[in-house]
Ligand binder design. Structure first.
Ligand SMILES: *[C@@H]1O[C@H](CO)[C@@H](O)[C@H](O)[C@H]1NC(C)=O
Ligand SMILES: *[C@@H]1O[C@H](CO)[C@@H](O)[C@H](O)[C@H]1NC(C)=O
Ligand SMILES: *[C@@H]1O[C@H](CO)[C@@H](O)[C@H](O)[C@H]1NC(C)=O
Ligand SMILES: *[C@@H]1O[C@H](CO)[C@@H](O)[C@H](O)[C@H]1NC(C)=O
Length: 212
């Protein structure tokens, strides 16, 4: 009986995909998403992730947009680390769970990385628009894009403070319609106990939600 098992396992191995391109909504460590129109699409097809530029800019970014409104980018990974004038960009996840954007498939040093680590990683674009690094089937994500808001808040995201970890979720503007880099306008919750929202330009407070 044991002898039957070996060739069966070998057969299954031959049939497993190796260095394939992105399938639907997730990437495993041997898979890549290339800057040639490849995208991840969430279940339900509401959200799409891929490479983009804006206007005349030659800078390439990895972002998430509404699939039926591609102009509405809701999140940008490498907003402050664009790939310049390149169409050879690669998004992948390492065997240790680090999400990386590489200038090309020959690059060793990533242009951008999530710095996350996990044992059995999958990068997945969830139905909510949250891009997560999963460890096996655990619901405790090693990393999630919802922890790094850009300029838009969508259902399921938080604004404010995780008081336990002292982590802050805040919005910050783009620097211009063609430039998603972190801008001067921020929208955050006042950490000094009073639950009010502050809109700032640099350090200048422009708007408070409180009644004073
Ligand atoms: C961008 O790349 C193209 C093709 O590699 C090249 O012809 C062009 O001069 C580059 N533009 C800039 C601004 O570097
Ligand atoms: C890397 O990219 C080059 C040029 O785009 C291509 O010829 C080569 O097959 C790629 N290598 C891998 C391992 O994907
Ligand atoms: C990852 O670590 C590098 C080096 O410390 C840092 O420059 C970069 O901002 C980090 N990436 C993120 C997404 O925080
Ligand atoms: C943001 O602030 C910096 C420094 O104060 C300034 O140089 C830059 O022009 C500002 N950007 C915008 C879009 O206002």
């Amino acid at each position: 009986m044991n002898l039957l098992v070996v060739p069966f396992v070998f057969f299954a191995f031959l049939w497993s995909p190796n260095y394939s391109s992105a399938a639907l909504d997730a990437l495993k460590p041997t898979q890549t998403l290339l800057d040639n129109g490849e995208t991840l699409v969430s279940v339900g097809e509401k959200f799409e992730l891929g490479f983009f530029s804006r206007g005349k800019s030659k800078n390439r970014y990895v972002g998430i947009w509404y699939k039926n409104v591609p102009d509405t980018v809701i999140w940008v990974a490498n907003r402050d680390n664009p790939l310049s004038n390149s169409s050879s960009g690669v998004l992948t996840i390492t065997q240790t769970g680090n999400v990386v954007i590489l200038c090309s498939n020959q690059s060793v040093i990533p242009t951008w990385s999530s710095n996350s680590t996990t044992k059995d990683p999958t990068l997945q674009l969830l139905i909510t628009g949250n891009l997560v690094v999963k460890d096996g089937n655990s619901e405790n994500y090693a990393w999630q894009s919802f922890d790094y808001p850009c300029d838009k808040l969508i259902a399921g995201m938080n604004l404010g403070w995780n008081l336990k970890s002292r982590w802050e979720w805040r919005l910050s503007s783009w620097n211009g319609p063609e430039d998603p880099s972190t801008g001067n306008f921020t929208y955050a919750v006042d950490p000094r106990g009073l639950a009010q929202l502050l809109q700032r330009r640099g350090s200048e407070i422009q708007y408070r939600s409180g009644p004073w």
